[in-house]
Design a protein around this ligand. Structure first.
Ligand code: PLP
Length: 426
């Protein structure tokens, strides 16, 4: 039996939480989140502001924890914007990025007076200008750039340098910038470049940041723009699998210091944003499923738990990011090890959260703990499938438990539905 080094996520602590809140369960350790914020901040000059990428874990309570740490927030939908405002973020610390912002979402962003809308296509420029005019406002925008250079890093998902729906190719930038500058109701304050996610090589991140800053400074010079805002993204990765090594934070810090030496003076009056979701949250959380049954089938061992891919799709490789087993452990009395397939309760063969993993012999009632599950867990999962209630999500902070999301109920699947005929009493 292995034990997590973080006491809030130790076996004993998890068992205690399970007794109170049941399974399946997401458990988060506030101390780890705080440590990650401190670690990432230490890599950047003080001027840089850390924006929490809401998409990685949209719990209002988590957003509040990050707000308490002085983070700003980057949202990607009207829902996330609503939740960020609800969490208490000041609109002046919110940026909105999405390749498909609807008119309704843009209206909400403009009405709320958020700091900046990161624009991703030509039509959006005109639409924002039009809505801004209707609200009698001047709206600050940044243009998201999809650079031409293919990125050299090994990010699982490259979000620039390849054809994509994100940002604008450099060939479109002259037209985009000139259009933005002509519009009466928008102000072009800067640029946004996001290169990809799950990057584990510090040198690659440093190189990208250097390139991004150069691109933005050169564009600003060329068009006589005052570079008020520059969002250089992030992509800071987390090692999930045995062959991966953690991001070398001292190399990152040194590399960024060099970039800053070269470019810092150009950015003296620029608000510099760095975005992070996964790095801040992944290692703070575990997903806990209780073993319902164990069985053998044609020579293979199966452990069937009450939590599955509908609640933690990334662990079941359904997400595009992660294609190997998440680290996991068993809490129980089992000794020895055997190769098992850990599944959830769904009637689909893709509901496998551990594929041929070596685990102690588990039996009914034992707990399967999927580690590094604080980011892209429930939020990245097809929770509607098979109408199971959502797991509870609980934060442990200074030994106190905070229920951030209540466990769902069977009747949740009926919410918002209009049956054709009456007759069922709930
Ligand atoms: C624009 C943007 N910012 C930030 C993020 C968050 O990335 P991560 O969780 O890897 O930090 C993403 C993820 O896709 C993104 O698209």
């Amino acid at each position: 039996m292995t034990t997590s080094k973080h006491t809030a996520l130790s076996d004993a602590s998890i068992e205690q939480a399970v007794e109170r809140f049941g399974t399946p369960l997401y458990l988060y350790d506030a101390a780890v989140v705080e440590q990650k914020v401190t670690e990432l901040r230490s890599c950047f000059p003080e001027q840089a502001e850390l924006f929490y990428s809401f998409k990685c874990n949209p719990l209002v309570g988590i957003a509040q924890l990050l707000l308490r740490q002085g983070c700003r927030v980057e949202v990607a939908s009207g829902g996330e914007l609503t939740a960020a405002l609800h969490a208490g973020y000041d609109p002046s610390n919110i940026v909105f990025t999405s390749p498909g912002k609807t008119e309704e979402e843009l209206r909400l962003a403009i009405r709320s007076g958020i700091y900046c809308i990161n624009i991703e296509n030509m039509n959006e420029i005109a639409l924002v200008d039009q809505i801004a005019a209707q609200h009698g406002k001047t709206v600050d925008i940044a243009i998201r750039i999809n650079p031409d250079e293919p990125q050299q890093h090994a990010a699982s998902i490259k979000m620039s340098g390849v054809p994509s729906q994100f940002g604008m190719d450099p060939s479109f930038l002259p037209e985009a910038i000139e259009t933005a500058l002509r519009m009466a109701n928008i102000r072009l304050i800067g640029f946004h470049i996001y290169l990809g996610t799950q990057i584990l090589q510090a040198e690659a991140i440093v190189r990208h940041f250097g390139q991004s800053i150069r691109t933005a400074v050169e564009l600003a010079d060329r068009y006589g723009l005052e570079l008020r805002f520059l969002d250089i993204g992030g992509g800071f990765g987390v090692p999930y699998f045995p062959k991966e090594t953690a991001l070398d934070l001292s190399a990152l810090q040194q590399g960024i210091a060099q970039v800053w030496q070269e470019w810092g003076s150009n950015l003296a009056n620029t608000r510099l944003a760095v975005e992070s979701g996964r790095f801040l949250m992944a290692e703070s959380g575990v997903f806990v499923s209780k073993v319902l049954y164990t069985k053998e089938s044609k020579g293979s061992h199966y452990v069937i738990g009450d939590g599955g891919s509908h609640q933690h799709a990334s662990s079941a490789f359904l997400g595009r990011y992660i294609r190997s087993n998440f680290p996991m452990r068993v809490i129980g009395e089992g000794v020895g090890e055997q190769e098992v397939t850990v599944t959830g309760p769904l009637c689909t063969s893709t509901d496998v959260i551990g594929n041929k993993v070596n685990l102690p012999l588990a039996s009914a009632g034992d707990l399967i703990v999927v580690e590094k599950s604080g980011a892209y867990g429930l939020t990245h999962s097809p929770t509607m499938f098979l109408s199971h209630p959502v797991p509870a999500e609980v934060l442990i902070d200074h030994e106190r438990h905070y229920v951030l999301r209540e466990r769902g109920q069977f009747s949740d699947c009926l919410r918002g539905q209009h049956p054709l005929a009456e007759g069922v009493t709930l």
